[in-house]
Design a protein around this ligand. Structure first.
Ligand SMILES: [Zn+2]
Length: 166
């Protein structure tokens, strides 16, 4: 990976972890693989823009990574999204405990969206695929459209904010 790309990926990872306690947040991250464009994942058997694997490997389509930073109003930022996944993979953040406020509210939100999809405007439909994707999309919105997020979904916004240490 050339230096400029390495800096941009590192800055993205650092931004997501900025509010968190000083620890090795991405302790299991072993490598970042840059693909020029969208690429095929054997694991998912489909074309993807990014992928963060349990082995600590992050795959990014560079054109989509750049697009994420060039367009702040499209609710999509691949780098932030994959960094959020990596925090979970590295077990820095947990989202599956029933004692966790964010998890409770997120589960409820996903269930309600499946019944009444009227509020999908804030989140991409993909966000309600599962709890992991919802977390990654919340992190994207927290940095990309914090104002809209805080107005439309104040509780989830506050809980996401607090999970990110802000
Ligand atoms: Zn994802």
């Amino acid at each position: 990976m050339d230096k400029s790309k390495a800096y941009q990926v590192s800055l993205t990872l650092a931004l997501v972890a900025l509010g968190l306690e000083r620890k090795n947040h991405y302790g299991h991250l072993s490598s970042v693989v840059i693909h020029p464009e969208i690429f095929y994942s054997d694991l998912l058997e489909q074309n993807v823009k990014g992928l963060s694997l349990g082995k600590g490997i992050m795959h990014l389509s560079w054109s989509d990574f750049e697009h994420g930073w060039e367009h702040n109003d499209d609710r999509y930022n691949l780098g932030l999204h994959e960094a959020a996944h990596m925090l979970l993979i590295c077990k820095y953040t947990h989202i599956n405990s029933s004692y966790d406020g964010w998890t409770k509210v997120a589960r409820q939100f996903i269930a309600n969206q499946s019944i009444n999809p009227i509020e999908k405007v804030m989140f991409r439909p993909y966000a309600i695929t599962n709890l992991d994707e919802f977390w990654a999309c919340c992190v994207e919105q927290f940095f990309e459209m914090p104002e809209m997020f805080s107005i439309k979904h104040p509780l989830i916004y506050q809980l996401t904010k607090s999970k990110l240490g802000h």
